[in-house]
Design a protein around this ligand. Structure first.
Ligand code: SF4
Length: 344
């Protein structure tokens, strides 16, 4: 087997940021020595070895990985896919999760202060280094996919769950599956319990939330499955941001104690690595890193939840205004993050 990496070099002579990150990721996993050849695609130089190779393969992005085995070539346009396919057992060297005990209130307060100014990937790395797969990323099928991208790039073990309310858009289900395939990860789909769901639908029908509010339906379809998802975890990571809702999310910490949910370990830590990021920063990350995203975003949807309770945003409208739009702004939370409601 021969592995060739095509790296891009900018016309200014600077290396391409994504290629540097890919090289760093391979080094972290002890895989850099597996790359047999590195060729450069020099911007503006069509005769450079990397440019010629990219042209032959009809691929215009970098970095690129070509694996040659028994005369056949496999091309990978993503370092994550390359690693998952060729070295599925690899983990970041020296980054095994530690056997973490409970944190005291003082330790938590110090951690929250220490990590408040840090970048989201440093916060995720802290959580995954400490808890490993006992730390779960709550993926909603929207922009919080950046959390999965950062976790995957950290090389640390992690787990992911998604609340499958049964009412998500078809585009969201397709997106969830694309993310599963793109990162080669398992996504635990948490569905509502059959009996309470059937009883609720029998009694109230399928659209009662338009008449008497969303909490009852969210309780059956989201909150109960969330409780089950969190019970075995020691920590969870959410995509909550302060700028998503000035009314309900203005005070969220990057690391804190989740007092709204209970787990088997007796202490549940909640991390909100994107708390201080703006929507613009999230989208810059998605574009800069070629992160897959929900196609509904191209149709005017900003904040994406269940199909009957989400509409496309209007020009100038705040993103949460398009969720449960028939209710008061201070009630536009589903209860997943109920401390936000208490503080509003
Ligand atoms: S968002 Fe709407 S459909 Fe989804 S669980 Fe809540 S009320 Fe039900």
């Amino acid at each position: 087997m021969t592995i060739t990496m095509v790296k891009k070099q900018l016309a200014s002579g600077e290396p391409c940021k994504k290629c540097v990150q890919a090289e760093e990721m391979l080094k972290q996993r002890g895989l850099w020595d597996k790359v047999d050849n590195v060729v450069f695609a020099v911007e503006g130089e069509p005769d450079s070895a990397g440019m010629k190779l990219s042209e032959r393969l009809d691929v215009s992005i970098a970095p690129l990985f070509i694996v040659e085995r028994d005369g056949a070539e496999t091309v990978f346009k993503s370092v994550i896919r390359f690693i998952k396919a060729e070295f599925p057992e690899s983990r970041a060297v020296g980054k095994r999760p530690i056997d973490a005990g409970k944190l005291s209130p003082e330790q938590l307060s110090d951690l929250a202060d220490e990590y408040q100014p840090k970048s989201p990937n440093k916060i995720i790395e802290w959580a995954l280094r400490r808890y490993g797969t006992d730390c779960a990323i709550a993926f909603s099928g929207a922009e919080d996919v950046v959390l999965i991208d950062m976790a995957a790039k950290s090389g640390l073990p992690f787990s992911v769950f998604c609340l499958d309310t049964g009412r998500l858009h078809p585009e969201t289900y397709r997106f969830i599956d694309r993310v599963r395939e793109h990162y080669g990860i398992d996504i635990r789909m948490m569905a509502p319990l059959t009996e309470p769901l059937q009883a609720f639908v029998r009694k109230k029908g399928l659209f009662s939330f338009y008449e008497d509010g969303h909490p009852e339906c969210c309780g059956v379809r989201k909150l109960e499955p969330l409780k089950r998802a969190l019970a075995p975890q020691r920590a969870w990571v959410t995509g909550q941001r302060k700028d998503q809702s000035p009314a309900t999310r203005g005070d969220i910490d990057v690391i804190g104690l989740d007092e709204s949910h209970h787990n088997q370990a007796g202490q549940l830590i909640k991390c909100n690595p994107l708390a201080n990021w703006t929507s613009q920063e999230v989208w810059e990350y998605i574009r800069d890193n070629d992160v897959p995203y929900n196609e509904l975003h191209d149709q005017g949807f900003i904040s994406i939840g269940c199909e009957p309770c989400t509409r496309a945003s209007r020009p100038g409208e705040h993103e949460r205004a398009a969720r449960w739009w028939w209710e008061l702004a201070t009630q536009r939370e589903c209860g997943l993050h109920s401390e936000a409601l208490q503080s509003s």
